[in-house]
Design a protein around this ligand. Structure first.
Ligand code: APR
Length: 241
């Protein structure tokens, strides 16, 4: 009988790195070529909307060309298995804007920083799936206004679904962080919330992160190896969790 009941999994860019999507703070990271202020703030969008639209057009193209890797698929398997039998809840909170968790089979996914394949109408508030370019100011399918922006949470904006995330963390007994540097709040503080809730905390990352000292356990290595191994152990009926 597995002692673990309710699981919250936080993922960052590192889980999609082996799918070919760039992370942010590595030497070849996205923020090296594109300063955050220019492409990931409301001020940057107001200053040069075409630059920002081009940046997210490229993200959308990269996302569509990428494939889920073994880590995404392992979490998809875990999500579906955990929904059966006497298990408790599971929630994947991702900072990533790609849809590789969903394409890897996960169902219970929250994109706290928004989604690359979604557009948000600043005129009527509609959010629509969007796979093409936003550069030529296409009309909003809902209201017709040429007012669509990337549905991304930029620096200075409030991440999505924070109440639901904190409620899940307060109720969890296992918190697992995968592929994130622990550089950006509020996500970087989730591990402390989980510890306060009495949960066991585990970090799976390529290298030590800014938050490693706050975890009960840190395992270092590529997500495509660490995550399937962790899921196999968790789903092994002989495991006590
Ligand atoms: N397997 C596991 N971890 C990896 C891998 C891999 N193959 N490759 C890289 N990593 C780790 C790195 O060691 C690093 O700790 O993933 C982390 C990536 O860190 P960042 O580039 O800072 O990305 P992330 O933590 O997701 O950034 C958080 O910051 O800029 C904002 O909104 C943006 O959502 C992003 C947030």
């Amino acid at each position: 009988m597995n002692a673990v009941r309710n699981i919250v999994i936080l993922t960052g860019a590192g889980i999609s790195a082996e799918s070919g999507l760039r992370t942010f703070r590595a030497d070849d990271g996205l923020w090296e070529d594109h300063p955050i202020e220019q492409v990931a703030t409301p001020e940057g969008f107001a200053r040069d909307p075409d630059l920002v639209q081009r940046f997210y057009d490229q993200r959308r193209t990269d996302i569509r060309a990428a494939r889920p890797n073994a880590a995404h698929e392992a979490l998809g398997r875990l999500d579906q298995e955990w929904a059966k039998g006497e298990h408790g809840d599971l929630l994947i909170v991702t900072q990533n804007i790609d849809d590789l968790h969903e394409r890897g089979g996960a169902r219970r996914v929250l994109h706290m920083h928004g989604e690359g394949l979604s557009a948000w109408c600043t005129a009527c508030g509609a959010r629509v799936r969007w796979e093409g370019t936003l550069r030529d100011g296409p009309p909003c399918p809902s209201c017709g206004a040429a007012a669509l922006r990337p549905d991304i949470v930029w620096f200075g904006e409030m991440p999505y679904a924070m109440e639901r995330i904190f409620a899940a963390i307060a109720a969890c007994d296992l918190f697992v962080s995968i592929g994130t540097s622990g550089a950006v709040y509020p996500a970087a503080g989730f591990v402390q919330e989980a510890s306060r809730a009495g949960a066991r905390t585990l970090e799976l990352n390529l290298e030590r992160s800014l938050g490693s000292a706050m975890f009960d356990e840190t395992r270092l290595g590529p997500a495509s190896e660490l995550v399937p191994a962790w899921v196999d152990d968790l789903l092994d009926p002989r495991e006590t969790g």
